[in-house]
Ligand binder design. Structure first.
Ligand code: NAD
Length: 520
């Protein structure tokens, strides 16, 4: 066994997990407060997408290990649910300080395993950190309601009680933010948790998990299992799991929603997207073009809220050459290189998939106004790089318009009017995010009212709400009623119990037996 083989990748000493970990290092499971080596025979490499260096290996946990993690969460729930709300909140206060302190170290790991730039990795962590900060307000978020004297001497009030064991399944593209959407809010509400991070980049997630224990999350309250479909299916069907939060692709999210629901669980699935940016000719030209290039190509287009479709309305169609020129200026390089605008896509398979979709666009007759397929990155010849790519002459029937590409590819459509743009967006099955660029308040007001998309940006390209609101993707991008974080997730992670109570003094007049429903 090599010196690093037994290192706990969730450990502090793995500060440079992106660069210094030996090829045989293994990611641990977290069960009942202990980081343990899986006994599985199935492992997968975690690969730096800029270099193909194997950073570590992640296990696909066995059925028994998943069961053990869930049972540990179930046992911990008995005492955790009765832990005073202030005590739960103070753990989150400590946790947010620890995340802030360790952000540079975690960002380095995240960039190495996922590919995004260091500043963008810090943004990934920061957006999760904001949820942890909001979890510190749980004292007021989890309050019930009270109505005095609803009938003679009768009061009614509600309790918001935790559910029990909750599970979270997360995607590769935000290995910090999305786990932090889930377990801090679930735990601070009094639940216990089993997390299944993406098997592609779990190292930064594990560093955040370790900090949660350091902040004081008791053993068994937070558990982690790794793996793929089998582990996910085990979480969705286990009798002790009460609720499941999923973020990932539409195909898997739909499967998780159905399977979990069939087994009586509360499920929220946040899924794929095709986010449009509608540009009116009166928009601020420079600001708009900057926003489109940043939101279209940042993180190599691998954001669920990335702009992937640009709809140029009327005379805004003349802006296309400038958009292409701006895209050409973006620097493609490894995420840890200073000045990089976009790094590689996450895996060789992801690159092949994106290249296949670009090829499909060409075959279907769209025009490649900018072709990023042959981008060269000196020093990183093995990296999964694709340069900014822009398609024009795109129609709504083409595969590049209908399918989520999840790479640095913008497809541009032209329409004559704002009404045409709204009709186009509303016909698209996805409903995650949309942006309108204009200087007209009247146009913006019409747009926000008529557009059937859950998250609307007005001159904002990526309108992800801050954590005191909730993430509100809709239609084909979401299954389940309640979204992550904010007030909605407090509802998701709690159940309402209504208590109707009456108390008698010794001298209360005896009502006698009443066999009818009360009329007041
Ligand atoms: P994915 O669906 O492939 O994987 C998500 C999770 O599901 C992972 O933990 C993975 O291990 C697991 N999984 C994969 N295949 C499975 C299967 N057959 N059965 C059960 N579980 C399975 O998604 P990804 O590629 O990691 O992430 C990218 C996708 O996530 C994109 O579609 C993106 O739009 C979406 N996403 C959505 C949001 C949102 O809030 N709507 C946010 C981020 C990402």
């Amino acid at each position: 066994m090599s010196a690093t083989a037994s290192s706990n990748l969730a450990g502090r000493n793995d500060a440079n997990s992106g660069g210094n970990i030996g090829t045989t290092a293994t990611v641990k499971l977290l069960i009942n407060g202990e980081f343990v080596e899986s006994t599985t025979s199935e492992w997968r490499d975690i690969v730096n997408p800029a270099t193909q260096q194997v950073l570590a290996r992640v296990p696909f946990a066995t059925t028994d290990e998943v069961d053990e993690a869930i049972r540990s969460a179930h046992a911990a729930f008995k005492t955790w649910k009765d832990t005073p709300i202030g005590a739960r909140m103070r753990i989150m206060l400590k946790y947010q300080a620890l995340i802030r302190e360790h952000m540079p170290r975690i960002a380095k790991t995240l960039s190495a395993e996922q590919g995004k730039t260091i500043p963008d990795a810090e943004g990934d962590i920061f957006r999760g950190l904001e949820v942890v900060e909001h979890a510190c307000s749980i004292g007021t978020l989890q309050q019930g309601e009270f109505a005095e004297n609803v009938a003679g001497g009768v009061d009614t009030y509600t309790l918001r009680q935790p559910l029990g064991v909750c599970a979270g399944i997360t995607p590769f593209n935000f290995p910090a933010m999305i786990p932090l959407w889930m377990f801090p809010m679930a735990i601070v509400c009094g639940n216990t948790f089993v997390l299944k991070p993406s098997e592609q980049d779990p190292l930064s997630t594990m560093q955040l998990v370790e900090l949660a224990l350091e902040a004081g999350v008791p053993k068994g309250v937070l558990n982690v299992v790794h793996g793929g479909k089998d582990v996910v299916d085990a979480l969705c069907t286990h009798e002790l799991v009460k609720a499941i939060s999923f973020v990932g692709s539409t195909a898997v999210g739909t499967h998780v929603y159905r399977l979990g629901s069939e087994h009586g669980k509360r499920v929220q699935s946040m899924m794929g997207a095709k986010n449009h940016a509608v540009v009116l000719p009166d928009a601020n030209r420079e600001q708009t073009l900057n926003a489109l290039a940043g939101a279209g190509f940042g993180a190599a287009g691998q954001r669920c809220m990335a702009t992937s479709v640009v709809v140029l309305v009327g005379a805004a169609q003349q802006w296309l050459p400038e958009l292409v020129a701006k895209a050409k200026t973006l620097r493609v390089n490894a995420g840890n290189e200073p000045g990089t605008d976009l790094g590689p896509v996450v895996s060789r398979a992801a690159k092949q998939r994106v290249l296949g979709l670009i090829e499909a666009g060409v075959t279907e007759g769209a025009t490649l106004a900018l072709d990023g397929r042959d981008v060269k990155v000196p020093g990183y010849e093995q990296g999964n790089f694709i340069g900014p790519t822009v398609f024009t002459d795109v129609t709504a029937e083409m595969e590049i318009y209908r399918t989520e590409i999840f790479g640095p590819v913008l497809v541009v459509l032209n329409v004559a009017t704002l009404d045409d743009a709204i009709a186009l967006v509303n016909r698209n099955p996805f409903g995650n995010g949309v942006g309108l660029f204009t200087q007209s308040g009247a146009a913006a007001r019409k747009f926000q009212s008529e557009i059937d998309i859950g998250q609307v940006g007005i001159n904002i390209p990526i309108p992800v709400p801050v954590p005191f609101f909730s993430f509100t993707g809709s239609r084909g991008s979401k299954l389940g009623d309640l979204g992550p974080y904010g007030k909605q997730v407090v509802q998701f992670y709690t159940q309402t119990k209504t208590v109707t109570a009456r108390w008698f003094d010794d001298d209360t007049v005896n009502d006698g037996v009443n066999t009818t429903i009360s009329l007041r």
